[in-house]
Design a protein around this ligand. Structure first.
Ligand code: GLY
Length: 325
């Protein structure tokens, strides 16, 4: 019996070897590849100051991981950005709650969700990655960790955001995310050593239910980095991105040979095919491959991306699938 089983296994091994003859793998084998390249940064929406900060790091030989972290911190501290960090619109009860994640070229990652009172959730996510045995901390635990790491407890609800919330309370009409109520900075970067990293940070959907968490802190949904292939991020209605594991799906399409732009388009098409009820929402995707080629796609008009390389920083308008009805 044992002998029969041994022969069977040998035959199987022979078969799989034979079936590999003449087949070319679609991507390089998993051994780390040493690359050098031209650094480049891509972020969601018009986030020029964030890209410029990230560029200060990349252009002087810094690491993509540090560039994306420092870059998105600019947006987190901007009181005029009502969908990220300080100044973000609150939930229905007036609480500003923040979600963020970060991922590096080795697949190391850290995240926080439902974090309150801390200006830089991306810094906390980085510290979760660097200093804890975990990948994500949420709520009071994330806050306690941030305070233990020396961060300050602050009021993140600006007078502008509070006034908008009080105005919203008059109707309490929950609006889905659109180009007027856009959200989230997702930033991906390739450094001079050919290493990729990404960061994603948001205050989430304005007027969300207390406790709601979107796609932005979820590795594989709001952000994914695979140094063999590329890095991708998402902005828009998190409920829609999570269902499709958006950022990871983009990377898998790129692994099969699609360009960053086509991989984003195919991901949007899949989402709408599977869940056509999301067609009226906004969703923006972006991606970079490990050679520094970039691309993105919007579900609806209005989505923008910011790109920075050695020719400067500019805002680009990707294609979209549908017009607004
Ligand atoms: N994409 C951000 C959110 O849905 O929270």
């Amino acid at each position: 019996m044992i002998e029969k089983r041994r022969v069977f296994i040998q035959k199987l091994a022979g078969l799989s070897l034979a079936s590999m003859v003449g087949c070319k793998p679609l991507v390089a084998a998993s051994a780390p590849v040493k690359r050098t390249g031209k650094p480049i940064i891509l972020s969601t929406w018009d986030n020029k100051p964030a890209n410029n900060r990230a560029w200060e790091i990349l252009s002087t030989g810094g690491r993509a991981l540090d560039a994306v972290e420092q870059g998105v911190m600019i947006t987190e501290a901007d009181p005029n950005d009502t969908s990220v960090g300080y100044g973000g619109f609150p939930d229905r009860d007036g609480n500003v709650t923040l979600d963020a994640c970060i991922m590096d070229e080795k697949g190391r990652c850290g995240a926080v969700a439902y974090l309150q009172h801390i200006m830089h959730p991306i810094r906390v996510a980085r510290l979760v990655m660097d200093k804890t045995p975990h990948w994500m901390l949420v709520g009071d635990g994330a806050l306690a960790f941030a305070l233990a790491e020396g961060m300050k407890k602050e009021n993140l609800l600006t007078p502008k955001a509070e006034a908008a919330w009080r105005e919203w309370l008059k109707s309490s009409n929950y609006k889905p995310i659109s180009s007027e109520n856009h959200d989230t900075i997702g930033m991906v970067a390739l450094d001079q050593n050919g290493q990729l990293s990404g960061a994603c940070t948001t205050s989430g959907a304005a007027w969300k239910m207390k406790g709601r968490v979107g796609d932005s802190p979820i590795i594989g949904a709001g952000l994914y980095v695979d140094n063999e292939v590329g890095a991708a991020s998402a902005t828009g209605l998190g409920e829609m991105v999570v269902r499709a594991c958006g950022a990871h799906t983009i990377i898998e399409f790129m692994r099969q040979g699609l360009s960053p732009e086509m991989a984003c388009k195919k991901t949007l098409e899949r989402i709408i095919r599977l869940w056509p009820e999301h067609k009226g929402q906004q969703l923006g995707l972006l991606a970079i491959d490990n050679q520094g080629n970039i691309g993105g796609y919007g579900l609806r008009p209005g989505y923008k991306m910011t790109v920075t390389d050695d020719s400067g920083t500019r805002v680009v308008v990707p294609k979209h699938l549908f017009e607004w009805d």
